[in-house]
Ligand binder design. Structure first.
Ligand SMILES: CC(C)(COP(=O)(O)OP(=O)(O)OC[C@H]1O[C@@H](n2cnc3c(N)ncnc32)[C@H](O)[C@@H]1OP(=O)(O)O)[C@@H](O)C(=O)NCCC(=O)NCCS
Length: 234
């Protein structure tokens, strides 16, 4: 009897020790992940290491790609991006549960944390497409979150969107992010098909429909194959 009690005590002591060790490991993992996010955000041009990815010359398009923090982006380009986003996305937001909240979208697109990948026509210097993205922590993981991928109608179906996603992946994985994450409306079949073709899968954080609740969006991601996920069980 006494032996039993002693054994139980020892077991619970060991469990407590294991839990504390797991918590310590999780805190260290979070700190390391945050450091990577901070380092990624501290650079000035994530494309400077990849000179062969700053040109796109295919299917009748001849363009340059630039990558800047929102603070360094020309105000006219930001204004153009906001207008393009509104033209492309307003009807989709209006069909969603959240509706189109223009001020919120403008605020989101202008926040200091926003980065922009912008495609410019070489001949005219006019912007053709952009992605708003961020290096951020997402459910404890260091990620590149793609907030927007928007192309002018005239330059679609020419492989440019896929190329931009490849550039984002290069930027993400060269900065040791765990994955590229994005949200897409389920009632945007073109967008859904596009990301499927780009080999994006449903992310583990994507909400699941139930009897009580259904969601009009899903979260997709592509994992960094060079960086296996290390979930610490608490
Ligand atoms: C979705 C979008 C980014 C795709 O960019 P894109 O440059 O036209 O796409 P790509 O030419 O690289 O297409 C790659 C593949 O995706 C699929 N795809 C792209 N557009 C598609 C569409 N409208 N319908 C069905 N499949 C599509 C195709 O399989 C395509 O390959 P293919 O042309 O060889 O058949 C672009 O249409 C866009 O800006 N749409 C409006 C905004 C939007 O919905 N953004 C995404 C959600 S945030």
């Amino acid at each position: 009897m006494l032996q039993d009690r002693e054994q139980k005590k020892l077991k619970s002591k060991l469990k407590g020790k294991e839990r504390r060790a797991a918590q310590k490991a999780e805190r260290a993992k979070q700190a390391a992940a945050q450091l990577l996010v901070n380092q990624a955000n501290a650079q000035s041009d994530p494309l400077s290491k990849f000179p062969s990815f700053v040109n796109y010359e295919r299917n009748g398009l001849s363009c340059n790609l630039i990558c800047k923090k929102v603070k360094e982006l020309e105000p006219e380009i930001l204004q153009w991006a906001i207008e393009l986003c509104k033209d492309n996305m307003r009807p989709l937001y209006e069909r969603s549960s959240q509706g189109w909240q223009e001020c919120d979208k403008v605020d989101e697109m202008s926040e200091d944390a926003a980065w922009y990948l912008v495609v410019l026509d070489k001949a005219t210097d006019k912007p053709l497409a952009f992605s708003h993205f961020r290096f951020d922590m997402d459910y404890g993981d260091e990620v590149l979150y793609c907030y927007e991928l928007q192309l002018e109608e005239a330059c679609r179906r020419k492989g440019l969107g896929r190329f931009m996603m490849q550039v984002l992946e290069l930027v993400a994985f060269s900065n040791q992010m765990q994955k590229v994450v994005l949200t897409v409306f389920k009632h945007n079949p073109e967008g859904m098909n596009f990301f499927k073709k780009c080999k994006y899968d449903i992310d583990e954080t994507s909400p699941e429909d139930s009897y009580e609740e259904s969601f009009d969006y899903c979260i997709l991601s592509k994992l960094n194959k060079m960086k296996p996920t290390q979930k610490t069980s608490l």
